[in-house]
Design a protein around this ligand. Sequence first.
Ligand SMILES: Cc1cc2nc3c(=O)[nH]c(=O)nc-3n(C[C@H](O)[C@H](O)[C@H](O)COP(=O)(O)O)c2cc1C
Length: 393
Amino acid sequence: MVNVKRCFNISELRKAAKKRLPSPIFHYIDGGADDEWTLRRNTDAFEQWEVVPSMLTGVTDVDLSTQLFGQDLALPFIISPTGMSRLFHHHKELGVARAASKANTYYGLSSMGSSTIEDVAAAAPGPKFFQIYIFRDRGLTRRFVERCIEAKYDALCVTVDTAVAGNRERDIVTGMTIPPSLTTRSLLNFAGKWSWLAGLRHNQDFTLANLDENIDPLKSGALSIFEYVNQQFDPSISWADIGWLREHWEGPLIIKGILSPEDARQAKALGATAIMISNHGGRQLDSAPAPIDCIPGIRDAIGTDLELVVDGGIRRGSHIVKALALGASACSIGRPYLYGLAAGGEPGVTQAISILEAETRRFMLLAGFDSVESLRSNAAIRRVGFVNKLSDA
Ligand SMILES: Cc1cc2nc3c(=O)[nH]c(=O)nc-3n(C[C@H](O)[C@H](O)[C@H](O)COP(=O)(O)O)c2cc1C
């Protein structure tokens, strides 16, 4: 049993997750598309930015609270939607949502989750949003929206970077494909993973819990639920579909997967309330730019009317500070909390959140900022090498 409290940073939580999980499942979390260039770049790009601290500011306490999608949050980072949390730990989405709720930050439930919209709402009273895709079967998308209204979700997030599923080659090697093609060799990786195997006694909810069993091809047994959903990604979706969605959902609408100022302007024109600058954690288009580098251009294009959430590659509090200093309203994390979940269930997620909170707080004390607002308005952030270039001139 891993003592997650001993994991003092996200990299240590990742190591603990790797140890506990059968390797096909670990690589399903950890991997990206094609050559994984974007996956690496997402984190590496933070190293191109530096923050010049202010000294003797008398800052003794840091207020990390922020507002997002109409709610007051205790933290400037939230939980991104990720599919099938049951694969990683039997606490699944409910444990993640509870941890987010205790930290008073947003939990984003994926439409590919292994827990239902209603069960998450019942388990965690904190702020939450639901992530949808605009599926070929628009009726399916509509039903999701109706269920979110009924369950009183605070916001709806539509992911637009998944015209087709990305090419994740680690999953091809391990057999974590749709349908699964686990070989004897990959199944051997489950042997000896006692803590993960013991979780099977608690529940075996390895299913896309939000899909209605009454869908025809599922009823007739013609397709597995996973094959059915995979066929539902619709490359023909366009901005008109965002307009359509807007008509059915009146609350805060977040568009996830925007990387260019032009697309951000379109989103604003169609009534989005927020944008998640995201490349799906490097799991979709390899060669897409790192989200941190997209903030200045997008903020310039949309002004202060829309909230901007930055998601991808965040592994340190310093990364959160840099994104906020560049103009993000908040950040969002995927793998950091999944490593925590995989390492130790709900307490592991709490540990991931606590690590990033403590690192962000310490950075702000060292740099002389007492609040997210003061950081956003006063931080001196610049590209690394800026000083040298000036002195060379
Ligand atoms: C295992 C896994 C599953 C994911 N599933 C979804 C999903 O169902 N819907 C979605 O919009 N994004 C999904 N994402 C992307 C995350 O929401 C987020 O954009 C990404 O993880 C952020 O990058 P990070 O992991 O470096 O923090 C997934 C990411 C991972 C790692």
